[in-house]
Design a protein around this ligand. Structure first.
Ligand code: NAD
Length: 395
């Protein structure tokens, strides 16, 4: 056990360090918000990808907002000696501490969710201590997946399809707007991205639970997707990641058929663009988010991950609610982002934005602050000069 002063070490869209106290404060803020929309009766929840972003907010909402018992899966690095752990580890350490203090049943398995052994570990834990699952949240965002059936490792890419794509983007190291050209994806890039971020592994999870007779009557499952505006269309919806999301939607239909005898259903929820580790890595998206935040904050419609997940559960997935679906059968909590007025404002600002106007036409400072906050830095109330303990247990 060692106390050290931890500073941010940022390289582009990666931060190599994280601050345990800042991460814990972020979690406490989310828990307080989740508690404002209390409900009950969600039963037992499995959250896959539970330590950051939308998965963390789902875990917090279901446990602290809806009194669920939860089993959570993530892939994080604990702190050791003087080396800080990953932000996700510290997030979950605080979730566990609060859950224990409030007598909530929560267990986390920190292992590769794509692996068969991890599914078996979850099955064993459910059989021993939880029983059947009422809701499965699938919220993985990963650059890689090792396919358990073949041992082949696939990489997810963020590329346009058909032809190269040139766009304005912001360089996160220099804070300058640059023109970037992304090469068109190969067929292998598309197939690999679908392997990593598509629905195959979601299907394996539901299969593993079904084979072990661990799906409760009425069991529902939800995975997260994104659509977004015209300015990110080539790199997102019409790109490699969009193909993976289309596969996720096809999987939802297959899983709904499989869950039908139980009276269950599989959903895809389309969520808002937000600053997370995963979204910061997508070219063009940080610039779009800067404009989106500016416009939505001015209109008073801005939400973070926790507000989005509270709205998803309160409005659609809480016991007794029937999810409202779009024409393609998806839940849409990106509705405020996709509002025609919001998008028209962004489309008008997009051609005008320059490096000099990032903070006047856009909310780039807000983007940068939220990015640092993901790792526990720039969190109000934290004294970063005080040494902190880097080892934190998942109690
Ligand atoms: P994130 O980077 O914040 O979190 C990813 C989570 O996945 C973490 O908990 C991490 O531990 C876990 N994870 C990654 N690889 C893993 C592995 N091999 N085994 C176990 N856990 C693993 O990501 P996010 O932005 O919250 O994305 C989650 C989902 O939401 C994705 O499907 C993403 O496409 C979708 N989504 C994101 C946005 C956005 O703007 N961030 C918008 C709409 C939808």
């Amino acid at each position: 056990m060692a106390k050290v002063v931890i500073n941010p070490r940022i390289r582009g869209f990666i931060c190599l360090t994280s601050h345990p106290e800042g991460c814990a404060a972020n979690v406490r803020r989310q828990v307080a918000l989740a508690k404002k929309a209390p409900g009950s009766g969600l039963g037992t929840v499995l959250v896959i990808g539970s330590s950051a972003g939308y998965g963390l907010a789902s875990l917090i909402t279901t446990v602290f907002g809806f009194g669920a018992k939860a089993i959570s899966v993530c892939f994080e690095r604990p702190g050791a000696g003087e080396k800080p752990g990953s932000a996700g580890w510290y997030n979950l350490a605080e979730v566990h501490r609060l859950a224990k203090a409030e007598g909530c049943q929560l267990e986390t398995i920190n292992a590769d969710a794509y692996a068969t052994a991890t599914k078996q570990q979850v099955v064993a834990a459910l059989k021993a201590r939880f029983g059947k699952v009422d809701l499965v949240v699938y919220s993985l965002a990963s650059p890689k997946r090792s396919d358990p059936t073949t041992g082949t490792t696939y990489s997810s890419t963020l590329k346009p399809i058909g032809r190269p794509y040139t766009s304005a983007s912001v360089n996160l190291d220099t804070d300058q707007i640059v023109q970037i050209t992304l090469p068109a994806a190969s067929d292998a890039d598309i197939a690999s991205t679908v392997k990593v971020m598509g629905g195959e592994d979601w299907g394996y999870w539901i299969q593993a639970l079904q084979d072990a007779d661990l799906l409760a009557p009425g069991c529902r499952t939800v995975a997260y997707s994104y659509i977004g505006p015209q300015v990110t269309h080539a790199i997102y919806t019409a790109g490699t990641i969009g193909r993976a999301k289309a596969d996720l939607e096809r999987t939802a239909a297959v899983l709904t058929t499989r869950l039908a005898p139980l009276g269950g259903h599989a959903y895809v929820s389309v969520n808002k663009a937000l600053v997370t580790q995963a979204s910061s890595a997508i070219p063009v998206v940080p610039l779009y988010i800067s404009l989106l935040y500016k416009v939505m904050k001015e209109r008073g419609t801005h939400e973070g991950t926790i507000e989005q997940m509270v709205r998803l559960f309160t409005g659609h997935l809480a016991p007794g609610r029937t999810p409202v679906l779009d024409a393609e059968g998806r839940i849409r909590v990106d509705d405020w982002e996709m509002d025609a007025g919001v998008q028209a404002e962004i489309a008008a600002l997009w051609p005008q934005i320059t490096s000099a106007t990032l903070d006047t036409l856009g909310d780039y400072a807000g983007f940068k602050r939220e990015f640092r906050q993901l790792f526990g830095f720039e969190v109000p109330g934290i004294d970063y000069l005080v040494p902190v303990e880097v080892e934190a247990p998942l109690v």
